[in-house]
Ligand binder design. Structure first.
Ligand code: HEM
Length: 416
C-alpha cells in the first residue's frame, strides 16, 4: 500500500538532493538562505523528509528528547516514512544510534576518559606528536598542500598513535576503514554497500577484536585499556560495547577533524588580518577557531532524528516517524542568532556554536578535537611565517561521506 503524502504543502517543498554533489559543493551559498526560513520538506524518492536550519529549530530538535530521537519509532504508522540516508556501520551500534537509558549508561561509562582532566593529561604526548607532524610537512617550491600534508594526519597521530597507541599495521586498517566510509554516501536504503566497504570493515573488525583481547590481557595507559577498566558501580563495558565504541570513535574523529582543520585554515587565509592578529597573540587561537568553525564546519547536515509523535517544529507539521534532518551549519548563519552572520568577528559575544551538536548526543570527543585543532594551528603558524592561498582565485572542491564537506586539496604558499 502506498502512503498518502498529499498533506505535504507544495509551497513548502524545496527541490534539493540532500545527498547530492550540488549541495556539497555549494553549501556556503545555499545554507545562509536556509538559515532564514522555517523548516521545509524535501521529497526523496517520493517520501517527505523535514529539514531544520534556523538556530532555534535546530536547538529544539537536538534537545527535546521527548519529541525527537535518533531511534526510529517501530510501529507501522511511523514506517510510512523512509529515510534516504543509510545507517552506514553495518552491525555496529554507534552511540548516536541509541537513546534513553541505554545511551545514558554508555555515556556514563566513557565520561572519565573524555573528561577535562583526562584530556589535559594527554596534552604533552599530543604536543610531541604534532611537533613531529608539523615539522614533516613537505614543501615543494614554496607551496604545501595542507590536506594530505597535515589536516588528514592530525587525528591519525593524535587518536590512533597517541590515544589508542596503535602500531603501524593496526593504524593502516583503521585509516582504510575511514577512507571507505564515503563510499556509502550515495547508497540508497536496500542497496548493498560497495565491496571495498565490506572488505575494509572485516579487516577492522578483526583488528579491533584482536586489540581488545591483547589489552584485556595486558592493560596499558591507552584509551582502550581505560575503557576496559572503567566502571560505574559494578557496571562495565562488554566486548561488543568496546568494539562498537572503538569503531565509533575512529569513524567520528578522523574525517571530521581533517575537514575542520581544512575549513579553519581556508577561512583564516580569506581573513589575513585575523591571521596576523592570532600570530601576534596565540591566546586568541581558541576564539578564532570557534569563529572559523561557525563560518565553516566539517559538514552541512548531521545525523537524522525522527519525530516520536505527531508534532510541529516552528509551526511546520512533523508527523510521527518523519526523518528530521538538522543543519547546525545553517544555524550558524541565522541572523536572528548572530548579528552579521557572515562576518568574521573575533570578539563575538555569546558565540556558542552547534558544530559539536547539542543535547544528549553532544560530541563526546569535543575536548580532544578542540585541543588538537588549537595546538595544530599554533604549531602550523610557528613553522610557517607565511600562509596564503597559493591561488588567490582558489575554488574549493569538497568530498566526504553523506553531508560531510572535506577539502580535497588546499595549496598554500609558505615562502616569505
Ligand atoms: C572537529 C571534530 C569533530 C566534530 C566537528 C564533531 C562533531 C560531532 C557532532 C555534531 C556530533 C553529534 C551527532 C548527533 O547529534 O547526532 C558528534 C557526536 C560524537 N562525536 Fe564528535 N566531532 C568531532 C570529533 C570527535 C572526536 C575526536 C571524537 C572521539 C575521539 C568524537 C566522538 C564522538 C562521539 C562518540 C559522538 C556520539 C555522541 C553520542 O551520540 O552520545 N568526535 N560529534
Amino acid at each position: 500500500m502506498t502512503a498518502d503524502f498529499s498533506w505535504v504543502p507544495a509551497d513548502n517543498i524545496v527541490d534539493v538532493d540532500l545527498a547530492g554533489e550540488y549541495l556539497r559543493q555549494n553549501f556556503a551559498t545555499v545554507l545562509p538562505e536556509w538559515a532564514k526560513r522555517p523548516p521545509f520538506y524535501v521529497m526523496q524518492g517520493g517520501y517527505p523528509q523535514l529539514v531544520c536550519s534556523r538556530y532555534r529549530d535546530v536547538t529544539e530538535v537536538l534537545t527535546d528528547t521527548s519529541r525527537f530521537s535518533t531511534v526510529r519509532p517501530s510501529d507501522p504508522e511511523a514506517a510510512r516514512f523512509v529515510k534516504f540516508k543509510p545507517d552506514k556501520f553495518a552491525s555496529v551500534e554507534t552511540l548516536p544510534q541509541m537513546d534513553g537509558e541505554r545511551h545514558a549508561r554508555i555515556r556514563r561509562l566513557i565520561a572519565e576518559p573524555f573528561s577535562a582532566p583526562a584530556v589535559a593529561r594527554l596534552q604533552g604526548d599530543i604536543d610531541r606528536a604534532l611537533d613531529s607532524l608539523v615539522s614533516a610537512i613537505p614543501v615543494n617550491d614554496g607551496v604545501i598542500d595542507l590536506m594530505p600534508g597535515f589536516a588528514r594526519e592530525l587525528m591519525v597521530v593524535a587518536l590512533l598513535d597517541t590515544v589508542l597507541q596503535l602500531d603501524e599495521a593496526q593504524k593502516a586498517v583503521f585509516i582504510r576503514m575511514n577512507r571507505a566510509l564515503p563510499l556509502t554516501a550515495r547508497v540508497k536504503p536496500g542497496e548493498p554497500f560497495p565491496e571495498e566497504y565490506h572488505s575494509a570493515f572485516a579487516a577492522t573488525a578483526a583488528a579491533i577484536n584482536d586489540l581488545i583481547a591483547t589489552r584485556r590481557a595486558h592493560p596499558g595507559s591507552d584509551l582502550l585499556s581505560q575503557l576496559i577498566l572503567t566502571r560505574d558501580g559494578s557496571d562495565v563495558l562488554s566486548d561488543k560495547e568496546l568494539f562498537d565504541l572503538i569503531f565509533t570513535f575512529s569513524a567520528a574523529a578522523l574525517e571530521s577533524t581533517a575537514a575542520s582543520m581544512g575549513a579553519i585554515v581556508l577561512t583564516l587565509c580569506r581573513h589575513p588580518h585575523i591571521l596576523a592578529q592570532i600570530r601576534q597573540d596565540s591566546a586568541l587561537i581558541p576564539a578564532a577557531v570557534e569563529e572559523c568553525l561557525r563560518l565553516q564546519g566539517p559538514g552541512y547536515i548531521i545525523v537524522t532524528r525522527y519525530a516520536l509523535q505527531d508534532t510541529d517544529i516552528g509551526g511546520v507539521k512533523a508527523p510521527k516517524g518523519i526523518p528530521v534532518y538538522i543543519s547546525p551549519q545553517a544555524a550558524s548563519y541565522d541572523p536572528e542568532r548572530y548579528a552579521d552572520p557572515l562576518v568574521f568577528d573575533l570578539q563575538r559575544q555569546n558565540r556558542k556554536i552547534l558544530t559539536f551538536g547539542g543535547g544528549i548526543h553532544f560530541c563526546a570527543g569535543s575536548r580532544l578535537a578542540r585541543l588538537v585543532l588549537h595546538k595544530g594551528l599554533e604549531k602550523l603558524l610557528a613553522r610557517f611565517a607565511r600562509l596564503a592561498l597559493a591561488d588567490k582565485n582558489f575554488v574549493p572542491h569538497y568530498f566526504g561521506a553523506a553531508s560531510e564537506a572535506q577539502l580535497s586539496s588546499l595549496p598554500l604558499r609558505v615562502d616569505v
